[in-house]
Design a protein around this ligand. Structure first.
Ligand SMILES: [Fe+2]
Length: 253
């Protein structure tokens, strides 16, 4: 594919229209608290929540030891391979987070001292934006369980301040990935790649789970990222400037 075609296929416009036109072959939505229905042919490859947790915990114990980029990829893809087969979620009542309008809600659905990860369930109202934010010392496997969203990943470039430092300094940011989330789609981020993500819900809203793993005994606080400037050069590459705004979510929307 030549460069011009690639740019056309990766344009924001196509992604946005993809929110409305995404193929009906996508996995079925998961409704928390509802068991998936087995058919005469079996479970169609789906697994239940308990099986997911048991297999994911057992399968990642050794992999968690390797904190390198490739080690975290192996860890996340092991979780993702199981998460993509999920057919059910525990019942959960998500609560407002951040006072946004349209709203973002979330709640914990799994935490266990013997497991390396926690699982959060989140929902977004139609058109809601959950602004860009980082995950210091952590990786995340996101699974969309219903609806549609555009997820964008970013990375800092150059000598960016650390996100837990209180600073007004601006720094370079690149968009490293952009895709349409729909049921069954997985998005993974590691400490070192795509570590910042931003969600924009489609016209019918979106829901999903974040399976998050921290590596530090004393976790560093995350920060929202405000994009303060964007410049597209003649080659069609867009470079961004951003600054950390701590937990002040409304500054980052
Ligand atoms: Fe996140």
């Amino acid at each position: 594919m030549d460069r011009r075609k690639f740019l056309a296929y990766s344009s924001a416009g196509l992604l946005a229209s993809g929110l409305a036109r995404a193929a009906s072959a996508a996995a079925r939505p998961i409704v928390p608290g509802q068991q998936f229905a087995s058919t005469a042919e079996g479970n169609n490859g789906l697994i239940g929540w308990d099986e997911f947790i048991n297999r994911a915990v057992a399968g990642t114990k050794m992999l968690k030891e390797d904190r390198s980029q490739s080690g975290q990829d192996a860890y996340l893809y092991t979780i993702g391979a199981l998460a993509s087969r999920l057919g059910e979620l525990p019942d959960v009542a998500p609560r407002d987070f951040g006072g946004l309008d349209p709203a973002y809600e979330l709640n914990m659905i799994f935490r266990d001292a013997g497991a390396p990860f926690i699982v959060l369930y989140w929902t977004m109202e139609p058109g809601a934006i959950f602004p860009a934010h980082c995950h210091p010392g952590a990786n995340v496997c996101t699974l969309c369980t219903s609806g549609r969203a555009i997820i964008r990943n970013f990375e800092t470039v150059g000598s960016a301040p650390r996100c837990w430092e209180s600073t007004e300094d601006e720094f370079g940011v690149i968009e490293s990935r952009r895709e349409v989330l729909r049921p069954g789609v997985i998005n993974t981020i590691t400490e070192f790649r795509n570590n910042i993500h931003r969600f924009e819900a489609g016209p019918k809203g979106v829901a999903g789970i974040d399976i998050t793993t921290g590596y530090d005994e004393q976790p560093k606080p995350f920060s929202f990222l405000k994009i303060v400037n964007e410049v597209t050069n003649p080659n069609g590459e867009t470079n961004y400037t951003g600054r950390w705004v701590g937990k002040d979510i409304k500054q980052a929307v």
